[in-house]
Design a protein around this ligand. Structure first.
Ligand code: S3P
Length: 449
């Protein structure tokens, strides 16, 4: 973040229901990948709907520093022209990936498989996050890594001049790790094989096919085996980035919780490895309808109509976590308003997100009167009993906590204040004005209502 001073905000229940039609910004995962894969392809790729959030702008800057041409056109589209696979150059300066774990981890795959030297850092949140999960498998390409103790940023990479293909079984379900290895495998001679014990978002696989790579995916037990033939001729191919389902989650839950609301969200990505939240909310009794289902650049898209609904508690199985890993803070808010207990299972990975989201979600709910407990790796919330709201939420450099807390304030009996709204821009620039356009009452603390 550039500005030094935190900007507190307050949300309270609006006088009228939420209503209207909106579109949410482009998908963050797909936007990072679009810039990276286009930068490795031959020719010029036009990207429309790119998320222009802080995280993705860091990836754009990094790709530029590695020798790709990346430009924003006046009509809002982005043009990327790469020097081609294998032809990236060492950046002149340290690559600063800001708040973005996806940018940092995926980029490690590109750096490891090019004959270059690079140093990478990030903000205080990113410098706390584990990088060993990519460093260890990527070292087998022949690349050298030096990082702070615990595998934390800053780290230095000496890429392999002739990277070896990888064969690796992921110990944790992580699309970031899988994608880092696929990116490394692109520039290796031979076949890279990755086994994932549970399916995770497959945007990298979809985009590789879109750019003409040869990739096979086989179902194997509960997971998948992915095989990528290295050194393909990646050809530029235009990309339309769908709206981010993880961003749509916030207006969706707000509309479900504020009585009488009815909103439409156009052009939301509906890749089934991303829509665990929608399935869960439906199990809770949510009225969410998909219309105009279609496909864009290898990804499913549709418009969502959401109407306020009386929700009941839910038991979410651990194997659903990869398809909704970023949605637990906002799901926890829905659970706090639902009738009866909810159990959200198998959330160990939440401890290593932009913040420790398991602890931070618990603190956010508790500070606002909800009944919540961590039991092992599960989050248990008993909804419907208490008056909610009135608390101050410390957002810990975490955009999703900030937005979740504001949605809590919109539905609660008393207003909710967050200490800092700046990090929302990492994934959802324009969140507050967009919510206000639907009728939400969110304002900077101290500003006239
Ligand atoms: C992402 C994968 C997930 C998710 C993150 C984006 C991606 O992380 O939390 O916001 O784009 O691949 P993990 O791979 O660590 O689960």
């Amino acid at each position: 973040m550039n500005a030094e001073t935190p900007i507190p905000h307050r949300a309270r229940r609006p006088a009228a229901p939420l209503a209207g039609t909106i579109a949410v910004p482009g998908d963050k995962s797909i936007s990072h990948r679009a810039l990276m894969f286009a930068g490795l392809a031959i020719g010029e790729t036009r990207i429309t709907g790119l998320l222009e959030g802080e995280d993705v702008l860091r990836t754009a800057a990094a790709m530029r520093a590695l020798g790709a041409e990346v430009a924003r056109l006046d009509d809002g589209a982005w043009l990327v022209a790469g020097p081609g696979l294998g032809a990236l150059r060492s950046p002149d300066d340290v690559l600063d990936m800001g708040n973005s774990g996806t940018a940092a981890r995926l980029l490690c795959g590109i750096l490891a498989s090019h004959d270059i030297f690079a140093v990478m850092t990030g903000d205080a949140s990113l410098r706390r996050r584990p990088m060993r999960r990519v460093i260890e498998p990527l070292a087998a390409t022949g690349a050298g890594f030096a990082a702070r103790p615990g595998g934390r940023l800053p780290l230095a990479v000496t890429g392999a001049a002739e990277p070896l293909p990888l064969s690796y079984r992921l110990p944790v379900a992580s699309a970031q790790v899988k994608s880092a290895l696929l990116l490394a495998g692109l520039n290796a001679r031979g076949v890279t094989e990755i086994e994932e014990p549970e399916p995770t978002r497959d945007h990298s696989e979809n985009m590789l096919r879109h750019f003409g790579a040869s990739i096979d995916i086989h179902t194997q037990g509960t997971g998948r085996l992915i095989r990528l033939r290295g050194q393909p001729e990646l050809r530029a191919a235009d990309i339309v980035v769908p709206g981010d389902p993880s961003s749509a989650a916030f207006p969706i839950v707000a509309a479900l919780l504020i009585p009488g609301s009815r909103i439409t969200i156009e052009g939301v990505g509906l890749n089934k490895l991303r829509t665990g939240l929608f399935a869960t909310l439906r199990e809770m009794g949510a009225d969410i309808t998909v219309i105009n289902a279609r496909e864009a650049a290898g990804e499913k898209v549709g418009d969502l109509i959401v109407a306020a609904s009386a929700l009941r508690g839910v038991d979410v199985p651990a194997d659903r976590a990869p398809s909704m890993i970023d949605e637990y803070p906002i799901l926890a808010i829905a659970c706090a308003f639902a009738r009866g207990p909810s159990r959200l299972r198998g959330l160990a990975e939440l401890r290593v997100k932009e913040s420790d989201r398991l602890a931070a979600t618990t603190d956010m709910l508790r500070a606002n009167g909800a009944s919540v407990a961590i039991e092992g790796d599960d989050l248990v919330i008993v909804g419907g009993a208490n008056r909610l709201g009135g608390g101050l939420v410390t957002t810990q450099m975490d955009h999703r906590l900030a937005m979740s807390a504001l949605v809590l304030g919109l539905a609660a009996d008393a207003p909710v204040t967050i200490d800092d709204a700046r990090f929302i821009d990492t994934s959802f620039p324009g969140f507050i004005p967009l919510m206000r356009s639907l009728g939400a009452d969110i304002a900077a603390e101290g500003a006239p209502a």
